[in-house]
Ligand binder design. Structure first.
Ligand SMILES: Cc1cc2nc3c(=O)[nH]c(=O)nc-3n(C[C@H](O)[C@H](O)[C@H](O)COP(=O)(O)OP(=O)(O)OC[C@H]3O[C@@H](n4cnc5c(N)ncnc54)[C@H](O)[C@@H]3O)c2cc1C
Length: 421
């Protein structure tokens, strides 16, 4: 309560970070806050499973309508596009209206900027939106047809500099390999991998690198690290190290930028909002929090968005209730990497280094929590998440909080004890 009135909390963005924060706040605060959620679309998109679209999944299966859960939790849903924040007047400017707030949570996510590499947008299949994944489906089916006709094709995968979440592209190369083998045409397709990073999935440390190296050998995929793309022309990518790699089909994960730039808030050169690590408060603006991809944490992941949203919502609830926060953001990433014939689980405790060239590393003081394992059974874990998470949001519940998550966490602990080390 502020001066005996309910606090007025506005959440920007209806993705992982925004929904988790809004539902967590309602769970903690009951009717002690008026909560508004602003989103430019009226559904939540379960982005991690868009990797299945190129292989046939209907994108509509990944959407959760926002009207029911927000109504159920007495959260005012405003469908509009955020334009700007005036932190002095405590106002958010949208296309259609202006809103005032006591507390603000920014969770408008990130976007892609393939234009940073000349020729990339024109020549590559990009991965980001369901529409792009549908376009990739056509390219994969075209590849399959040509390979079946006996033509030899070269597919080149490219992680572009300033990409901040390369995992999904690794999933796609492994899935494509398994898919082509099952279609019995793999012999007609060369698969090549190139990344600007010095090791595979660099932020996740040596164990993930070793798993990927082993998979590339087993699957006969030529891998190149330290290959930063400079320019792309039809049929060939030129790298900063002078190397040139040819392709018939180029699939890329582009450089990241913030989806919405907020010039009135402190941010880095890509528009990501500068935050206090633990509480997610925006530097110099204690009433504004930034969670998920929109903030300046160097790795962009849904699981990290949850942890950040919970930390921000917990911090804000405690302020409103006059208590102490029970949790803060501790960056331990968790992910399951699909490969169709198996999946790789990784739990990675992370630490900021302060070094711009390598801003993040595996926390050397928490190595007992660093776990990696590859088994077919991990595919069930990925499937379970794909059902459970949208189900939680459809009911207006936070995913990563409360008793059900405790149960899920216990299950994961058992699984990772048996199938990861
Ligand atoms: C193909 C792919 C696979 C992935 N796989 C994984 C995975 O396996 N595991 C994992 O942890 N992460 C994965 N990620 C990353 C993950 O999806 C993102 O890190 C996550 O979506 C970030 O959550 P967010 O809430 O910050 O942003 P988002 O989920 O992108 O949500 C942002 C929200 O803000 C809204 N919005 C944007 N602009 C405006 C505006 N101007 N006004 C109003 N609303 C706006 C959007 O509509 C959206 O609802 C994957 C990403 C991709 C692309």
């Amino acid at each position: 309560m502020i001066n005996g009135k309910s606090a007025n909390v506005v959440v920007l963005g209806g993705g992982f970070g925004g929904l988790e924060a809004a539902f967590y706040l309602r769970m903690k605060l009951g009717d002690r806050a008026n909560i508004s959620l602003v989103s430019d679309r009226d559904y939540f998109l379960f982005k991690p499973n868009t990797i299945y679209i190129p292989f046939g999944l209907d994108p509509d299966k990944l959407k959760v309508d926002l009207k029911r859960p927000t109504h159920r939790r007495n959260i005012t849903l405003i469908k509009d596009r955020v334009r700007e924040i005036d932190p002095d007047a405590k106002k958010v400017g949208m296309e259609g209206r202006t809103l005032t707030y006591d507390h603000l949570i920014v969770a408008t996510g990130s976007d892609m900027r393939p234009e940073e590499i000349p020729g990339l947008r024109e020549n590559a299949q990009t991965i980001w939106t369901p529409r792009e994944m549908l376009r990739l489906r056509l390219a994969f089916y075209d590849l399959l047809e040509k390979a079946r006709e006996g033509e030899h094709r070269r597919v080149l995968f490219l992680v572009a500099p300033n990409n901040k979440c390369a995992g999904p592209l690794y999933e796609l190369v492994f899935m494509l390999d398994t898919w082509l083998r099952r279609k019995k045409v793999r012999a007609n397709v060369d698969l090549t991998w190139s990344t600007y990073e010095q090791s595979y999935i660099q932020a996740f440390g040596p164990r993930l690198h070793d798993v990927v190296t082993g998979e590339f050998e087993r699957r006969v995929i030529a891998g190149h690290t330290g290959f930063a793309a400079e320019r792309v022309e039809p049929g060939a990518v030129h790298y900063q190290n002078g190397e040139i790699l040819p392709y018939d089909l180029l699939v890329t994960f582009s450089p990241y930028v913030a989806e919405v730039a907020y010039p009135t808030l402190p941010g880095d050169e890509r528009g990501f909002v500068e935050t206090n690590l633990a509480s997610r408060q925006v530097v110099g603006h204690p009433d504004i929090y930034a969670v998920g991809d929109a903030g300046n944490f160097p790795v962009k992941q849904a699981f990290l968005a949850f942890l950040q949203a919970d930390a921000a919502a917990e911090h804000l609830s405690a302020r409103i209730l006059g208590t102490e926060p029970e949790t803060a953001f501790e960056p331990t990433s968790m992910c399951v990497m699909e490969q169709f014939d198996k999946a790789t689980f990784a739990q990675v405790p992370l630490r900021l280094t302060g070094v711009p060239e390598k801003p993040i590393e595996v926390d050397p003081e928490a190595l007992e929590a660093y776990k990696v394992g590859s088994y077919a059974a991990w595919r069930l874990g990925k499937k379970a998440l794909g059902y459970y998470l949208p189900f939680r949001f459809a009911l207006g519940n936070p995913f990563h909080a409360g008793v059900p998550w405790k149960g899920m966490e216990a299950g994961l602990k058992v699984m990772s004890g048996l199938m990861a080390k």
